[in-house]
Design a protein around this ligand. Structure first.
Ligand SMILES: [Zn+2]
Length: 548
């Protein structure tokens, strides 16, 4: 064979390539940004000089770099450096964090942050009174961990002129006192926009800092590529700044959010212009984001059958079925990929109707439209994904019976639907490409090894007695790995560059301390990422990896 002249060789490993045959190797060699050899060390031993860096993996595992097919790196500001309620589990802890943040930032004109959960305030949402006692004198706005609701204080409502008489906007809900009708401080979905003018926007600097922090977090988790599923002009500016400063290390693809109440043709024109402008190999925007509905916990998911706690109400879509029938064929025709947020079964249904119309009008194309979250989907609609070549973007981190299930899913959906959340195996069985995602900052930490374990076990990590959420929908390790690697690359039209360890592709890979095929599925989440490389560049290295 020709000499390959690598500059890095990893030998004596357990290399799971995720190639078409799902083959294994013991050695992978890299020249500059590319993989030049995958196979047995004996076959290349004599091919390179002794100066080449050789890492003896001593049986450690190598996988393609992980792909997170739906995440919000450009919305990390609420997590990194502001009021941070993520991962706190009690109202008292919320209050303490808010008070301490206010104390540390006495001069800020307003406070922002994120991470509160509806599970602490079932159905009504958090009250402005709680914030008023801590911060009475300037606006406070804290976004919920799922990004679909805002908690604000009285002064924010006053400055935005939101009163008893303000009607709910289309696609939104102003939380109210049930007796007086007075706004209570919770704003859901499009109602969040009502306070936009009162809350100062994040600066590009703050956005860049959050993106840098996000990249570092990703590298430690082995994530080498992410789809940012909610871009706007400000976040695109931050990505472009990062690129100009040479700090764009990961591969990013992104969706630009469209709004049903703004002129469609102008929005499509903007997406086409952005697509032409953002053509960096590490940052491209070829996708439109459509929120068809909201979330179950906000009562904003669009369901076939009424909510269990409101027998007269099954949710209202943010985009109507008629609008989707009109817009999807246009986007598809322009070659714009569509990334659709669907939580309720009726939302998935009307989104698929829109994709079907696009296929009827434009013919079968390699469009790779994506439907994400997929909390409730009927078996008939799962079959339609396959016919329409739609890609599923599930969030396996949520596949468990936990507080969310008991405090929100059960009371809102009732037992039957709560037990049929997040189908997964049915999609694989139907031949649908499934690309897993964290939805960061909804999920923190977003280590894909946690997602892989949850996709296999569908039960809470670290609890022996944990119940299983819909046991029939558990999937295999091979399927979970594919969903976090090759399938994510495919969903982003990057399968010729990344997503599997094949000669000629970019050297995006991770080294894990153990082979996850050789352990109980309940131990996978504890596996450590030791090394992360993107295009042959080391972006993360644990001190537990010895190089020689
Ligand atoms: Zn999202």
């Amino acid at each position: 064979m020709d000499k390959i002249q690598p500059n890095l060789v990893l030998k004596n490993g357990e290399v799971y390539t995720v190639d078409r045959k799902r083959s294994w190797a013991d050695t992978i060699a890299i020249t500059d940004d590319r993989i030049v050899f995958v196979g047995s060390f004996a076959d290349i031993e004599s091919d390179f000089s002794s100066e080449v860096e050789v890492i003896d993996l001593e049986g450690k595992m190598v996988l393609p770099g992980f792909v997170d097919a739906h995440s919000h790196p450009s919305h990390g500001m609420d997590y990194f450096g502001n009021i941070n309620l993520y991962q706190l589990d009690a109202l008292e802890k919320y209050k303490l964090e808010i008070a301490q943040f206010a104390q540390r930032n006495p001069d800020a004109p307003a406070y922002r942050g994120g991470g509160w959960s509806d599970s602490l305030f079932p159905t009504v949402g958090p009250s402005k009174d709680i914030l008023d006692t801590i911060v009475p004198d300037r606006p406070v706005s804290i976004i919920s961990y799922d990004g679909h609701s805002l908690w604000v204080n009285s002064i924010t409502l006053e400055k935005a002129h939101i009163t008893q008489d303000t009607p709910d906007p289309d696609g939104g809900v102003i939380g109210r006192d049930p007796e007086t009708g007075e706004p209570n401080g919770t704003l859901r979905e499009t109602a969040m926009n009502l306070v936009e003018s009162v809350i100062p926007d994040y600066s590009t600097d703050e956005r860049v800092q959050a993106l840098l922090a996000y990249q570092e977090m990703s590298f430690g988790s082995g994530v080498t590529m992410t789809h940012d599923a909610m871009l706007d002009a400000q976040s695109i500016a931050a990505f472009n700044r990062l690129e100009a400063d040479g700090q764009l290390k990961m591969r990013f693809r992104g969706s630009i959010t469209m709004h049903p109440d703004q002129p469609i043709d102008e929005q499509i024109q903007n997406i086409l212009e952005q697509r032409a402008q953002n053509q960096h190999p590490r940052f491209q925007t070829n996708t439109a984001k459509i929120f068809v509905d909201g979330v179950v916990e906000g009562g904003t998911a669009y369901l076939f059958e009424p909510y269990a706690h409101r027998p007269d109400f099954s949710g209202v879509p943010i985009w109507s079925g008629e609008q989707l029938l009109e817009v999807f064929p246009i986007l598809d025709k322009e070659g714009i990929q569509i990334h659709v947020h669907v939580i309720g079964d009726a939302a998935a249904h009307i989104a698929l109707d829109g994709l079907e119309k696009a296929q009827v009008e434009n013919g079968v194309r390699d469009s790779r439209h994506m439907l994400t979250h997929l909390q409730l989907v009927t078996p008939e609609d799962i079959a339609r994904f396959q016919h329409l070549n739609a890609i599923g973007i599930p969030n396996p981190y949520w596949f468990k019976i936990d507080d969310y299930y008991h405090k929100l899913a059960l009371p809102y959906l009732g037992q039957h639907r709560a037990d049929m959340q997040y189908p997964m195996k049915s999609f694989f069985d139907a031949g649908v490409v499934m690309a897993s995602a964290s939805d960061f900052p909804v999920t923190i930490p977003f280590d894909p090894l946690i997602g892989i374990q949850l996709g296999m076990t569908r039960s809470e990590i670290g609890r022996v007695d944990a119940e299983i959420l819909w046991a029939e929908e558990r999937v295999s390790l091979e399927q979970m790995i594919a969903s976090f690697t090759y399938n994510g690359a495919f969903a982003n039209f990057l399968e010729n560059q990344t997503g599997s360890l094949v000669v000629g592709k970019q050297a995006d890979f991770v080294v894990l301390d153990k082979n996850i095929f050789d352990m109980s599925e309940t131990e996978i989440a504890e596996t450590e990422v030791l090394l992360t490389n993107i295009a042959g560049q080391e972006v993360y290295k644990s001190e537990n990896l010895n190089s020689q």
